[in-house]
Write a protein that binds this ligand. Structure first.
Ligand code: CA
Length: 652
């Protein structure tokens, strides 16, 4: 009884300092927390005068209790300040400062602590996670489902990527985040019936008062939903649209070949991953967000200083047939001539080159200052992808043997393909592979895989994930080429905004084939290829530039690709409308800014490009209309640029 009175007093005390609203440090972003008559914890989010998430439920149904209703708010903690500065060598920003306000709401059911919800609110991000408490002697549970939802206001339009059907696609390897986005689509659909993958983008109509405000007349507020901090301790989630709300959903039973449960298991007390909501009146706070790293910590120390760089990759132009000794040697020489640090040798090297000759090839590459990445099939027993090497990584003992050989041979990294599941068991495999690889100084790229959720910081040897409809589809089908530029206008503010992205682009071939005369036709310009080398970010970038491009592509394009950076200090979004155009600037580690833009519309697009990071009067190189020229940056650091349809520009 005493306890109840005490906690009631705490509630009153906390409420007296406005406990039900958690505000950002600048006061513009607010989370409002309430309890419905049915005892359902509810939250809503406002940005300035605009409601961006309407009142939506929170809660979990677990095997130790149904914590979705008939709950009581026991306590709201005082609002605390969170702040941290940290460095990140393998991501879009090198030095990051995070400042947020934090508040925890504690709920009980039948007089026993059920869960806490902790909110972090910074000027552009809301994040929250649950802490579930032990129930009697139960110290572990499954979370059957969550009622966590996002109610988007009427009139909101969506930019979403439908979840793929498990056990479909090539050799039953789906889902792997490789569908097309819908651009500016009305709400109401549920993808292909199984919802949408993170990150999810919404355009919410700004409140009238916001439109009338002086000096700022935002028409829209952009909202990005994602999650972070997912490793073997939970599954990856997606969102389902049902009854006019988007609700958190867990993986489907059939993922991962039906192996492993879809409901995550947690120790008690235990946490769910952080769910994040990133908000801005432009897309800049989304493109520039670091929320997925602000909320996580490194899981281990790097065993060494990992090296990043540009990488040649034969497979995208020459496919499986090129994975032989002679052509890979040709590609080593090509990478060396480009001054690139890496060569990725793709599938089937184990049978076409073999382990012994691979050791020779790695040695030869070292004499040319080129380091090698090798492709691996993740299988396993969860799909039918036949390419070798397979069966080498999914069990610990085999994995250590393979990693020991890779280290001895001098290989620097692995590209691991065909994983296709977000189940907790799969997340544990990602974690195990990354942890073990670090012991051998190996860097990791995943393909046919999940979205990285904070992994750049959690795993120091993590390089990137595909988790995007990537360049392979440009080789497989013409339609992807016909709409290629669309992707470049959305990835930097969405998929690539939350994590490193292995797209494998910047082809300078006219056709996706070795002789550059047949196959799928590229309709984007050569400057577009250069622009996407800047727009798409990953610290080991596998480029589709081919040896023949040394002679059949423009010299200015090759010269640009020879010195293109892949390590960055900072990023600024200048202008963007997903599906139409984008202009974005990245700052090199040396401090130089490079501005890149792409036009995906059918007509030339005239833009007044404002580049406050450049100095008025400074001279710069402008790549535009398939030529390069020296220009002077105008007054107010602005420049009128007309970008051709399916073309781009770069200023450096
Ligand atoms: Ca793929």
């Amino acid at each position: 009884m005493k306890k109840t009175i005490l906690s009631a007093l705490c509630v009153l005390a906390a409420m007296a300092v406005n406990a039900q609203t958690v505000s950002s440090p600048d006061g513009n972003l607010k989370v409002n927390v309430s309890l419905s008559d049915a005892g359902v914890p509810m939250y809503s989010v406002t940005y300035g005068p605009t409601v961006v998430i309407e009142s939506s439920p929170l809660g979990l149904n677990t095997t130790v209790g149904d914590f979705t209703s008939i709950l009581k708010l026991d306590k709201a903690s005082e609002v605390g300040a969170v702040s941290e500065s940290y460095d990140l060598a393998n991501a879009k920003k090198a030095s990051i400062s995070y400042t947020a306000n934090e508040q925890t709401f504690s709920y009980s059911k039948d007089g026993k602590a059920a869960f806490d919800v902790t909110f972090h609110v910074d000027n552009n991000n809301v994040a929250f996670r649950y802490k579930v408490y032990p129930q009697r002697d139960r110290l572990a549970c499954l979370v059957n489902h969550e009622t966590t939802a996002y109610t988007m206001p009427l009139g909101t339009t969506t930019f979403l990527c439908p979840q793929m059907t498990p056990q479909t696609g090539f050799a039953r390897t789906a889902p792997s985040y490789e569908t097309f986005y819908d651009y500016d689509a009305e709400m109401g659909k549920n993808g292909h019936g199984r919802g949408y993958t993170f990150p999810a983008l919404f355009k919410v109509k700004a409140a009238d008062t916001a439109k009338k405000a002086k000096n700022a007349q935002p028409e829209n507020v952009w909202v990005m939903l994602c999650e972070t901090g997912v490793d073997g301790s939970y599954c990856g989630s997606r969102i389902m649209f049902k009854d006019n709300v988007y609700t958190i959903a867990y993986p489907e039973d059939t993922e991962f070949g039906g192996v492993g449960q879809s409901a995550p298991g947690i120790m008690l007390p235990g946490y769910t991953p952080w769910r994040t909501i990133t908000v801005g009146t432009t897309l800049a706070p989304l493109a520039e967000t670091t929320i997925m790293w602000d909320l996580v910590k490194p899981l281990y120390e790097a065993s060494q200083t990992y090296k990043y760089g540009r990488s040649a990759w034969s497979w995208i132009i020459r496919m499986d047939a090129s994975c032989n000794y002679d052509e890979q040697k040709e590609y080593v020489d090509f990478a060396s001539a480009m001054g690139w640090e890496y060569l990725l040798i793709d599938a089937l090297w184990d049978s076409n080159i073999g382990y012994e000759r691979m050791e020779e090839l790695v040695k030869y590459a070292k004499t040319k200052n080129v380091d090698i990445y090798l492709w691996y099939n993740s299988n396993g027993y969860w799909n039918d992808a036949p390419q070798g090497p397979r069966g080498k990584l999914h069990r610990m003992n085999d994995r250590h043997k393979e990693f020991a050989w890779l280290k001895k041979a001098g290989v620097k990294g692995l590209k691991i393909d065909f994983i296709g599941s977000d189940k907790q068991q799969t997340m544990q495999m990602y974690e195990d592979i990354l942890c073990d690889a670090n012991d051998y100084g190996l860097e990791i790229i995943f393909h046919g895989c999940t979205l990285p959720r904070g992994w750049e910081r959690m795993f120091p040897n993590f390089i990137s994930c595909e988790a995007v409809r990537a360049s392979e589809n440009l080789s497989f089908g013409q339609h992807d080429n016909d709409i290629e530029a669309l992707a470049a206008t959305i990835h930097p503010v969405l998929r690539n905004a939350v994590g490193n992205m292995d797209f494998g682009g910047s082809a300078l071939n006219k056709f996706y084939s070795k002789d550059n005369k047949r196959g799928r036709k590229r309709i984007t310009s050569d400057v577009y290829a250069l622009a996407t080398a800047i727009l798409f970010q990953t610290p080991v970038q596998n480029f589709a530039v081919a040896p023949n491009n040394m002679t059949d592509a423009p010299a200015w394009a090759i010269d640009f690709m020879k010195k293109v950076p892949v390590e960055w200090k900072d990023v600024k979004l200048i202008d963007c409308y997903p599906g139409k155009y984008i202009v974005l600037a990245r700052q090199t580690k040396a401090g130089k800014w490079i501005v890149a833009g792409v036009n995906a519309t059918k007509e030339p697009l005239k833009l007044k490009v404002s580049m406050p990071m450049l100095t008025p009067g400074q001279s710069a190189q402008l790549y535009l209309n398939d030529a390069v020229s020296t220009v002077k940056i105008g007054k107010k650091s602005a420049m009128d640029i007309t970008i051709p349809s399916n073309g781009g520009f770069v200023i450096e």
